[in-house]
Design a protein around this ligand. Sequence first.
Ligand SMILES: Nc1ncnc2c1ncn2[C@@H]1O[C@H](COP(=O)(O)OP(=O)(O)OP(=O)(O)O)[C@@H](O)[C@H]1O
Length: 670
Amino acid sequence: MFSWKKKFNISGGEKSSDSKSESKQKSPKLTSKKSSDSTPTSNEQNKHGSQPVEPVSSASRVSNNAENDNKAPNGIPTHSKSTEETSDHPNNIGMSGLSISSSNNQSDDPTIDAKPEQPQSGSSGILTLKIYSGDGFALPFPLVYNPQLLTRLLNSSADKQPSSKIQELNSLMENLRLSDQLEDSNSIPGHIATKFVPSTIMLPGSKNLNPLIYFTVEFDNTAATIQPESGTMDHPVFNKISTFDVTRKMKNLRIDVFCRIPSILLSQSLINNAGNDPTLQKVINNQDVHLLSFDLPLNLQDYTLNSVRLFNHKWVQLGENGSRLNITVDYKPSVNKKLSIDDFELLKVIGKGSFGKVMQVKKKDTQKIYALKALRKAYIVNNSEIVHTLAERTVLARIDCPFIVPLKFSFQSKEKLYLVLALINGGELFYHLQREGRFSLSRSRFYTAELLIALESLHAMNIVYRDLKPENILLDYQGHIALCDFGLCKLDMKKDDKTATFCGTPEYLAPELLIGHGYTRVVDWWTLGVLLYEMLTGLPPYYDNDVPKMYKKILQDPLRFPDGFDEDAKDLLIKLLNRDPAKRLGANGSSEIKKHPFFSQLSWKRLILKGYIPPYKPSVEGNLDTSNFDAEFTSERPVDSVVNDYLSESVQKQFGGWTYVGNEQLDSTQ
Ligand SMILES: Nc1ncnc2c1ncn2[C@@H]1O[C@H](COP(=O)(O)OP(=O)(O)OP(=O)(O)O)[C@@H](O)[C@H]1O
């Protein structure tokens, strides 16, 4: 993040980011790569079960995952073979209403999906937003009245404010003083200060403009940062265009306004009296302050077949305090052409999974930045993971939850499958938890609540997630949750349906899963409890370096809490971590958990609308910023490796229906 302290050479250390915690390493998950949803045999258990699963670094996860697959806990009874998840064939997936085609209409070219897809106009499109200028933005705190400092600031503005501005401010302050309207003669009230402070400045020695006010525009979890090119904070001039790929019928375009005020612009008395004021604390720590949010209504489903101008040079009121924005918004449907890797510029490697890598990419036509997950078909086939892989694509395309990373497109080549996802670049929750050791009560509550909504929306579609852990939870640029990695989801799991597959990640496994007598969707509420416990204390409740010992603890040990543990949190955890799934909180639906006193201060309606400002905003400088990803990945050259795997036509057929350019969501409304 840009550091004001460095630029203005202010003493006082910045918050250390390298405070290493003693928390655990990344944990390999027990995706049964050999027979992912089948159950390990007793032989396999004897062979592998006694070996502890060593913690691995994220970089070594791939190989470790493969090695540790299907390691059943020592001494844990053999599972009966799962009947419903043993076949690779997509038709055996058992997904009511979730169609994965295994069409007979095969083309010779496997890059063309088995399901013949006619180009359809109107099912996807491009949204273009032009932002011209804004008006009426005020600061919720005063700035120091220091003419010397303000002169320097004005001189470094993009449009070199004339010195007359300072004279104007001086006489205004004089008048305010005389009329007794100033609380503090050394401070300029926030709504007046913005009329003089430039919207963007060029600091000495820097070639870049640094915005003091900026906007983020978010559509379907893809965000663009809009910075002013000139003007004052009160009246910023943008003249910027941003385009968004539309593959879902989103109702709104979300606009958030932030300011980035250098702390030297606060008066010393304000700093001294800041106390726990969260806004002032942010400024003092050189963090961006969220000023306001606004949902611009689009109602795209009404326009999916035609080009339409939704707003024409319109001044849109953003808040009740009179701030407004002059914009034009156009929607243009596009003919759904098949995508290929050539439609993307590969920018950075940002992660690695079991079957391939995840890269930050730029879509060449709209210039939008996405995450592209490339999966090698041969690996998927050899590890009998076709069912899970197709399920992941289906879940991602169908789900519409603000806290789940949305799928924008999917396509395939002869050798690989590709998923194009919204790029979520605030870092894994794992990364933040490692750095900070544990989270505060309110921060843990916020993440737990957003995750609860994510799991609830999956359960509403009869999907069990099964793999909740900090490594699969990403933070977006604002600090909201985005759940990723749906490779272990189980579809078509109605309320009391049972499955017996042994999978997940050791420290998060529910007791009923370990016992192997089958489990229901209620396992997800156990993992939510484990995660809340880990966020509050730094480690999962039954953690042990030795995996078989950890399994024993999960089954037998009492739940212990550190001294001074919050009573509501304790009560919720005791209820979520009930070993009897029938008595576990959530067994009768998520509303039981939502009603718990731990969440009593929270409006779920507001939370679902992303209406709460996240307690922590990751340091993210726009979509290109990859600083929250492991340097081990980002330093790698981003290439789509050439592979020469041969797959028979019948195998290729099983990947039919993979391609997604937005039809599923929009078609259903037509
Ligand atoms: N949409 C995204 N935006 C940003 N980063 C992402 C996104 N999706 C995945 N990543 C990064 O890539 C990593 C690997 O992705 P993911 O977990 O989906 O792969 P996987 O093959 O399913 O992994 P696993 O081996 O755990 O199953 C994630 O941990 C995350 O850091």
